[in-house]
Design a protein around this ligand. Structure first.
Ligand code: ADP
Length: 320
């Protein structure tokens, strides 16, 4: 299999901010690759380096050529921030963007792909947040691209819309489209991606299949104990349980069948608790163990212990 994308030692500095610090990766043709990281990790800058809209040091090739020389008919791009004309309908927007290509797909088929057949004659400004984002995805699909770059495709979309976009990405991938997407939703990457790259402060801290990364860095299974009882920690430690250091209250390294024994320990010590939730490690745990940070719901990095990491400021205000 050949590589759709090769990036070698890509670096981009804005003033004092190192947005990308020597990132190297390859994306095989036909693969779905996920770039994961919180806000400010460098995901958008990398997408822009791959599409040639920012000048980065290092080497990037897309289908074997420099990004700016790739046939635009082969690339579909959904930028993170994309505001089409508000007073055009979804159908008019798909028509408009289709008109930019020599070989555009039928508008009806594109609208069907993103589930907008019934709302095709609604002005963009009157669509819901999820419908707007799906309209934007549609504009990236009009040219039937071989490579689709989706920068945070499901941010701001409700769970149903997210699922339908996941199904669309899966279908496109099964038909041979190469997909590179960025996300701060670990579950999205775990669900969709063949391989993922974890970005933190402009560096690729790990890369592999989700299963490989979880096996290598995810650690043991957990039992999350929902309790604000100050005696809970001592009761568990006295009984010989190992507590996960970076979590509120979680017993580390126990199997599902041992959950009732933990409950008995807590009961015997008279500890008040709510839910006990057993789970296996996932990509969130991988990110936490490699960077010391969790990725919060809105994409904000959260330090071990719960403090939000201040997003790195735009250093030089330079044009994107
Ligand atoms: P992400 O997509 O993961 O949220 P970005 O690639 O947008 O991250 O940003 C990475 C870092 O580079 C951030 O600190 C951001 O403030 C900075 N940055 C991005 N674009 C610019 C720009 N045009 N000028 C100055 N700093 C920028």
């Amino acid at each position: 299999m050949t590589d759709a994308i090769v990036a070698e030692d890509v670096r981009r500095v804005y003033g004092d901010t190192v947005a990308l610090d020597g990132v190297s990766l390859t994306v095989a043709e036909g693969a779905v690759y996920g770039l994961i990281g919180p806000n400010g990790a460098g995901k958008t800058t990398l997408v822009r380096a791959l599409t040639g809209t920012t000048d980065a040091e290092g080497r990037v090739s897309v289908f074997g050529t420099a990004p700016r020389e790739v046939d635009p008919e082969r690339i579909g791009l959904l930028p993170q921030e994309f505001s089409p004309a508000e007073r055009l309908t979804a159908r008019e927007l798909v028509d408009y963007y289709g008109g930019l290509y020599d070989h555009a797909r039928e508008t009806d088929a594109v609208l069907a792909d993103v589930g907008l057949v019934d709302d095709d004659d609604t002005w963009y400004e009157n669509l819901s947040g999820g419908q707007k984002r799906r309209t934007c995805v549609a504009t990236a699909l009009v040219n039937d691209p071989d490579l689709l770059l989706l920068d945070e495709p499901t941010t701001g979309i409700d769970p149903t819309g997210r699922r339908s976009l996941w199904a669309l990405v899966e279908r496109l991938a099964s038909e041979g489209t190469t997909v590179l997407l960025t996300t701060h939703y670990m579950a999205e990457a775990e669900h969709l991606c063949d391989r993922v790259g974890l970005l933190a402060d402009g560096r690729l801290v790990a890369e592999g299949t989700p299963a490989e990364l979880v096996a290598e860095y995810g650690g043991d299974s957990f039992l999350d104990v929902e309790s604000s009882d100050p005696t809970a920690t001592a009761a568990l430690e006295d009984a010989g349980y190992r507590l996960a250091p970076e979590r509120d209250l979680a017993v580390e390294g126990i199997e599902a069948r041992e959950v009732s024994a933990v409950a008995e320990t807590l009961d015997a010590a008279g500890v008040e608790y709510g839910a006990l939730a057993w789970r296996q490690p996932d990509l969130e745990d991988v990110y936490l163990s490699l960077t010391g940070r969790a990725v919060g719901a809105g994409g904000t990095a959260v330090e071990r212990g719960g403090d939000e990491v201040e997003e790195r400021a735009v250093a030089d205000g330079g044009a994107r």
